[in-house]
Design a protein around this ligand. Structure first.
Ligand code: HEC
Length: 391
């Protein structure tokens, strides 16, 4: 019953989180494109205080968008704000984190081979990491470093790589990735709540009062939204990475993340320039070459010879390994309390089912991804024996 409820909550929050995230990032991409695509308006619009002009066609109609230098002569009766997309994405993301990694800490958060944490210890470390990481970002942003955006970006990147490495020492590989993503997502939502929204409120206040808005609000908001812009692609990668154990399950998973983060943020740069009619296709070419280099570097090593002591196991012995280490979860009716249905749809109760899934089982064993949480304490030698029996 508990496992069944877990699955539904997991599904509900994941679904909601994806929908909210699509709305947030969609709106964000749209406004970035819009802002960078505005062009000088004709004279009669300039006279009304309009500084940027744009025409578009979509869904069977023409749209005329105008951006004011300061503000409109009068506040319109309805002004649309975009903030709940960000807040709901964060709230549903946190709910999903709590269900999956806190409630399901033993399966997803803790890796007893790294640090044998108790559930509450692991949750405490996770919350402290997120709160601490967020506080470091906010402190950096309020320091004089923000005057040097390139240095700031380099520092921020290094801090995130360091965080990825540290998390990789403590949590399961998958949880380590997810926590980098959760921190980035929290920073992004915080940028909306603590920077972009106050700047917009100040703008509305100043325009209504007929004053010039205080510049520092807008400057800081601009820096925050630039960070959010470059964060989006790496963030989305992290959120889908859980389907690809070859990334987070890599021996140097944190380094893989560091490379993919840098490559995808760099690729984003191409689009930012392109929206301003500045075509720099070499950026995409360089990003693609870097990705190919990464793919080459990550190429699985040829199978290691088995340790001296081990002998080739028989099919019965191999099946006994599967029964001992896999079948509690991977069964038509799992006996493991946390599961209600065979995870990933994979049932491993008969040898024919094991061989049929060999192509997925071998990488899952080699990367240490399975058995999930390794509560049964499968050894390296047993992994190697099972892999050998499957070849
Ligand atoms: C504690 C429960 C548990 C145990 C024990 C376990 N698994 Fe899994 N397994 C899971 C879950 C949960 C998933 C789905 C993970 C996901 O959705 O990303 C999974 C997914 C998989 C996958 C699919 C991976 C992919 O390609 O996405 C394979 C293959 C697999 N397990 C094999 C094994 C093998 C082999 C063992 C034993 C050595 C094992 N599992 C032990 C819970 C378990």
């Amino acid at each position: 019953m508990e496992a069944y409820l877990f699955d539904w909550l997991n599904l509900f929050f994941r679904w909601f989180h994806v929908i909210a995230g699509v709305a947030w990032i969609g709106a964000s991409f749209y406004f970035i494109w819009l802002d960078l695509s505005l062009r000088e308006p004709p004279e009669h619009k300039k006279e009304q205080g309009i500084k940027g002009d744009l025409w578009a066609i979509h869904g069977g109609g023409f749209y005329e968008v105008a951006k004011y230098q300061a503000g409109p002569p009068q506040m319109p009766s309805t002004l649309h704000w975009f903030k709940w997309e960000a807040y709901t994405t964060w709230l549903t993301g946190f709910a999903l984190l709590s269900v999956m990694y806190y409630w399901g800490a033993e399966q997803y958060l803790i890796d007893p081979q790294k640090v044998a944490l108790g559930q509450w210890q692991a949750i405490g470390i996770s919350l402290a990491f997120l709160a601490g990481g967020f506080a470091v970002y906010e402190a950096l942003l309020k320091s004089p470093l923000r005057q040097m955006p390139k240095l700031f970006a380099a520092l921020l990147y290094s801090a995130l790589v360091l965080a990825a490495w540290a998390l990789d020492q403590i949590f399961s590989d998958r949880a380590a990735y997810l926590h980098v993503g959760a921190l980035i997502g929290s920073i992004m939502a915080g940028n909306v709540l603590f920077g972009i929204m106050p700047a917009q409120r100040e703008l509305v206040r100043a325009v209504t009062a007929g004053e010039t808005p205080q510049a520092h609000f807008a400057e800081l908001a601009k820096l925050r939204s630039t960070h959010n812009n470059y964060f989006t692609l790496p963030l989305i990668f992290i959120m889908i990475s859980n389907h690809y154990p070859m990334t987070y399950g890599h021996e140097q998973g944190w380094l893989v993340l560091a490379f993919i983060g840098a490559i995808s943020a760099f690729a984003r740069h191409y689009f930012n320039l392109k929206h301003q009619d500045n075509h720099q296709p070499w950026i995409l070419v360089a990003a693609a070459l870097a990705l190919f280099a990464l793919i080459g570097w990550m190429l699985p090593k040829p199978a290691q010879p088995l340790p001296e002591s081990s002998e080739r196991v028989s099919q019965q012995q191999a099946m006994a390994l599967v029964t001992a280490h896999c079948s509690a979860c991977h069964a038509a009716k799992p006996s493991h309390a946390a599961f209600n249905a065979p995870p990933g749809g994979i049932e491993l109760e008969q040898w024919s089912q094991v061989t049929a899934n060999a192509a997925r089982i071998i990488p899952a064993l080699r990367t240490g991804y399975m058995p999930l949480g390794n509560a049964s304490g499968m050894t390296e030698e047993q992994r190697a024996q099972l892999i050998q029996a499957l070849r």
